[in-house]
Structure formats: C-alpha cells, structure tokens
Design a binder for this molecule. Structure first.
Ligand code: HEC
Length: 105
C-alpha cells in the first residue's frame, strides 16, 4: 500500500493548484499592457479620456458594486455583441480583469 502514497500526494497537489494558482497568477501589469493595446480605442483606462461616447470607463466598471474579476474575465472570453471579441487567453483575460479592478478610485 505504501507505494501508492506518492501518487495520491501528487494528485492532491494537482487538484489544489488551479485554485490557489489562479489568484496568484493575476498580473495587473500584464493586464495594463493588454488593455492599452486592445481597449483604449473605446474605453477610458486610468486617466486617459474615453474615445467613444457611451462606453463605460474602466474606473466606472470597477466602481460597480457587484462586479468581480470573474465576471470581467468571462465577459471578455464569451462572445459579446456590443464590443469586438478579442483573441485572449484565460490568463490574459484574468490579468485584464485584475487591471480593470485596480483602476477603481
Ligand atoms: C470597439 C470599441 C470597444 C473596444 C475596443 C473595447 N470595448 Fe469594452 N465595451 C464597448 C462598449 C460599446 C461597451 C458597452 C456595452 C454595453 O453596455 O452594452 C463595452 C463594455 C465593456 C465592459 C462592461 C460590460 C458590462 O458588464 O457592462 C467591460 C468589462 C469591457 N467593455 C471591457 C473591455 C476590455 C477589457 C477591452 C479590451 C480588451 C474592451 N472592453 C475593448 C466597446 C469596446
């Protein structure tokens, strides 16, 4: 029986990683770079003024009471009608979400 133990250990490490890893993998600095490249065409990010009328600034999005980084990340990954769809990885979407929430005043 003893020789099965390492396998069990490894399995539990692997199932735990995605949970703890996801939060730590958020990198708002990467999110800022991606946002400056993809989002400033329409959204005001940070102090920069928005370029398109009626588009909420990142600060305004972050200020919504019920918003979570999960909501922003899944919004970016799912197809949406009013905004272009971006070829973002899950990690990129999380990083952008972290950055959006950081712009909250
Ligand atoms: C071509 C213009 C355009 C670009 C580029 C754009 N957006 Fe948007 N975005 C919009 C518009 C328009 C809305 C408002 C949608 C609505 O309220 O129906 C919106 C809404 C949002 C929302 C709020 C959704 C909600 O719950 O109301 C988020 C979050 C968002 N954008 C994030 C981003 C991010 C991050 C990027 C860059 C990766 C980006 N957008 C790039 C036009 C754009």
């Amino acid at each position: 029986m003893a020789r099965y133990r390492p396998v069990l250990c490894l399995a539990s490490v692997l199932t735990l990683l995605p949970c703890s890893g996801a939060a730590m993998a958020q990198n708002a600095e990467n999110g800022r770079r991606l946002s400056e490249r993809w989002c400033t065409e329409c959204h005001a990010i940070g102090a920069a003024p928005g370029k398109l009328n009626g588009v909420p600034s990142f600060a305004a999005i972050a200020a919504r009471e019920s918003i979570t980084s999960d909501m922003i990340a899944s919004f970016l990954l799912l197809p949406h009608a009013t905004m272009p769809n971006f070829p973002l990885s899950r990690d990129d979407a999380r990083d952008i979400a972290a950055f959006v929430l950081e712009t909250k005043k």
